[in-house]
Design a protein. Structure first.
Length: 276
């Protein structure tokens, strides 16, 4: 026979277990998926087609540093495909501002690959949406394990960041198929900028640093557009954009960037027939 005290304890345990079952049902609900809402907010609910034969997205499954996660977007269109890549939108679903960047591509530049670095705030799907010349949207996705990227402290201290603000560098890479003035080239634009997300905390004052980032970038060879980027808080500190394009024989390469405080940064570089 159970004593009165033990019977009471057993009754309380059973009651607690019953409450637990009610609070946590046997069949857990599906985790919230923000993607349908993002399709509505970012793409106005336009149909999304399978983009596995159109575009590839490459990111590490587990990021080494959530504040500088590498991402590469690559066209998979075959040379005989009459369609052209017009724009690519990069969406990091679980980030506070999910649209990381939108790249519009110059009609004659034939950009086929873009790489950059992004902040990832939590475990998330990352979508790449390509818009082709047929007016349709094609989507692919990948999953990334990372957390805290949007609130990670800046690498540079504020004084160093101010000294490098708006400094732009251009770099050209040699390619095996780069034999003539109108061949495919690979280049990189680097911009000195803290790209503050608005979620980072000043380590001295313990106050949040206001959002302050590059929101526009335009790149030309001579006067012909190569690409434009609409950026957000998910682009890492010191934005770094690497891309391929087809040369039109231009003698100059230039870039213009704008940030959310209204600063405009411009730079022009001379290039020769070998692309150097």
């Amino acid at each position: 026979m159970l004593g009165p005290r033990l019977r009471l304890l057993c009754a309380l345990a059973l009651f607690g277990a019953a409450l637990g079952l009610r609070a946590f049902p046997l069949h857990a609900t599906e985790p919230y998926d923000p993607w349908p809402g993002l399709v509505q907010d970012i793409f106005d609910n336009r149909p999304m087609l399978d983009g596995s034969d159109v575009i590839a997205i490459e990111m590490p499954y587990r990021a080494e540093d959530a504040a500088i996660v590498p991402v590469t977007l690559r066209s998979k269109l075959s040379p005989d495909d009459s369609r052209q890549l017009r724009a690519i939108t990069l969406v990091i679903d679980q980030n506070p501002a999910p649209m990381a960047a939108r790249f519009e591509l110059g009609a004659d530049a034939r950009v086929s690959e873009i790489s950059t670095r992004v902040r990832v705030n939590s475990y998330t799907n990352v979508h790449a949406v390509a818009e082709l010349s047929d007016g349709k949207l094609y989507m692919v996705k990948t999953f990334v394990k990372a957390s805290g990227g949007c609130s990670a402290p800046a690498v540079k201290n504020p004084e160093e960041a101010r000294n490098h603000l708006g400094q732009m560098k251009y770099r050209q890479f040699a390619r095996a198929d780069q034999g003539s003035s109108n061949s495919t080239r690979e280049a990189q634009i680097m911009i000195g900028h803290p790209n503050n997300s608005g979620l980072q905390m000043d380590q001295l004052t313990h106050l949040y640093i206001p959002a302050f980032f590059i929101d526009e970038l335009h790149v030309w060879q001579d006067n012909s557009p190569v690409l434009s980027m609409e950026g957000g808080i998910s682009i890492s500190e010191d934005p770094n954009i690497r891309f391929t394009y087809v040369s039109n024989g231009a003698k100059t390469f230039r870039a213009e960037a704008k940030d959310t405080s209204g600063h405009v940064f411009q730079k022009e570089w001379k290039i020769d027939d070998s692309g150097t």
